[in-house]
Design a protein around this ligand. Structure first.
Ligand code: SF4
Length: 96
């Protein structure tokens, strides 16, 4: 008695893993790159469907990237991961 103070943790339901968002939960309307890209290629590695980094140039969105903005949860997650991982935070995402 005395030393054992009850510690309670509140379990918060955490959706995990890919595909956690159902269709229609969230969609991305537009993606663009602001000035300041350091051409590290990370976004292209994470989501080549949307980002490309031409040799000797700054990152840009792929020509047909908008066709991937169709609410596919896995794709949305990849885009968000790329945006959050950008070391200079120049990837902008407009959500609907
Ligand atoms: S992750 Fe950021 S800095 Fe790296 S290539 Fe993409 S936009 Fe440029």
């Amino acid at each position: 008695m005395g030393l054992s103070s009850p510690v309670s943790y509140t379990m918060v339901a955490q959706p995990s893993g890919r595909g956690r968002m159902g269709p229609g939960t969230m969609t991305i309307k537009r993606v663009w790159i602001e000035e300041g890209c350091i051409s590290c290629n990370l976004c292209e590695d994470l989501c080549p469907e949307v980002f490309e980094v031409p040799a000797g140039s700054e990152c840009r969105t792929t020509k047909h990237y908008k066709k991937h903005l169709n609410g596919d949860a896995e794709m949305i997650e990849k885009i968000q991961e790329a945006a959050e991982s950008c070391p200079v935070e120049v990837i902008q995402v407009e959500e609907e």
